[in-house]
Design a protein around this ligand. Structure first.
Ligand code: NDP
Length: 291
């Protein structure tokens, strides 16, 4: 096992597999298509949307970026989603989060055709994940974490896993994947009300940190030889950095690295996997549209 789990390398491997699938789908007359809807001017969202669309065109996927103004109404966003639901060129639809406050994000997600919900946030896909129905779409970030564990040769079966965070985007689906018949781990989900988090974490053979707090998981919380997956992406001020900030994870990497058997760095760990799994889900949606 490599101690530093290189997300860029694994993401490239996933994308190379995707490239082969795209070719075979094209031979069957289908070009997988992804639509990314951006509402408003959030700078981070613009960067994410740009990189998703760029990755699609690099791989020969069809992609469409739909930008709506900051003051777009709920109905305008819904109308875009309904058009995309009906568009045969589009197999995957993603509405970039977070939208401006006047938009009810849950209602938008529920309006997406579940067969095109490549983010895996629609209730039907959430249920399919819980039911272990493989036709559903698994949220990209936890799916990426599972793939990283697999590629790093980490045995999840029988392992004590602690997931810190219970969001619908990361923590909850991650826990479901780890406890599934595929993961077979014994899973504890910790959150802000957990008592003695350090003691809970110390039991873990695998820690998945999805908290959103810079360098929150410290060495005293980690058992010797544990595997640590750091989902966090936090900006911290750094006057020596060109942009005035640097990115750190939810794990205090410098002190944890010497204690664990494997760890994902930030950046270059989980981050690159998320977009690779999005492409993979879009291809799956295109393939399933043929059935
Ligand atoms: P959320 O804010 O939705 O969830 C954070 C979770 O952490 C909550 O469940 C919260 O508990 C828990 N938490 C907060 N404080 C504590 C504490 N003191 N002790 C224990 N648990 C705590 O975040 P997300 O799940 O969306 O994201 C988590 C991190 O992952 C962020 O840094 C985000 O940027 C990153 N991220 C990275 C992605 C990638 O591609 N690599 C993709 C998505 C997210 P409670 O429920 O009780 O409030």
């Amino acid at each position: 096992m490599h101690k530093i789990i290189d997300g860029k390398v694994v993401a490239e491997k996933v994308l190379a597999e995707c490239g082969q699938e795209i070719e075979s789908l094209k031979k069957a007359g289908v070009v997988p298509g992804l639509a990314v809807v951006l509402v408003g001017n959030d700078p981070a969202s613009k960067v994410y949307v740009g990189s998703k669309v760029r990755k699609c065109s690099e791989l020969g996927l069809y992609s469409r970026k739909i930008e709506l103004p900051e003051d777009a109404t709920q109905q305008e966003v819904l109308d875009v989603v309904l058009d995309l639901n009906a568009d045969p060129q589009i197999h995957g639809i993603l509405v970039q989060s977070p939208p401006p406050p006047q938009i009810d994000e849950d209602a938008i997600v529920r309006a997406i055709n579940p067969a095109k919900d490549v983010d895996g946030f629609h209730p039907e896909n959430v249920a399919k994940l819980a039911l272990e129905d493989a036709s559903g779409f698994v949220p990209c970030t936890p799916a990426g974490c599972m793939r990283l564990l697999k590629e790093a040769g980490v045995e999840t079966s029988g392992a004590e896993a602690v997931v810190i965070g219970r969001s619908m985007i990361v923590g909850k689906p991650m826990a479901l994947l780890l406890m599934s018949k595929d993961g077979n781990a014994t899973v504890t989900v910790a959150h802000s009300r957990t008592k003695d988090l350090a003691a809970v974490c110390q039991r873990a053979d695998i820690i998945v940190a999805a908290i959103g707090m810079p360098e929150f998981v410290t060495a005293d919380m980690v058992k010797e030889g544990a595997v640590v997956i750091d989902v966090g992406i936090n900006r911290v001020e750094d006057s020596s950095a060109k942009r005035g900030y640097r990115l750190v994870g939810d794990v205090a990497y410098d002190e944890v690295v010497s204690k664990c058997s494997a760890i994902t760095p930030v950046p270059g760990g989980v981050g690159p996997m998320t977009i690779a799994m999005l492409i993979s889900n879009t291809i799956k949606a295109a393939r399933q549209s043929l059935a």
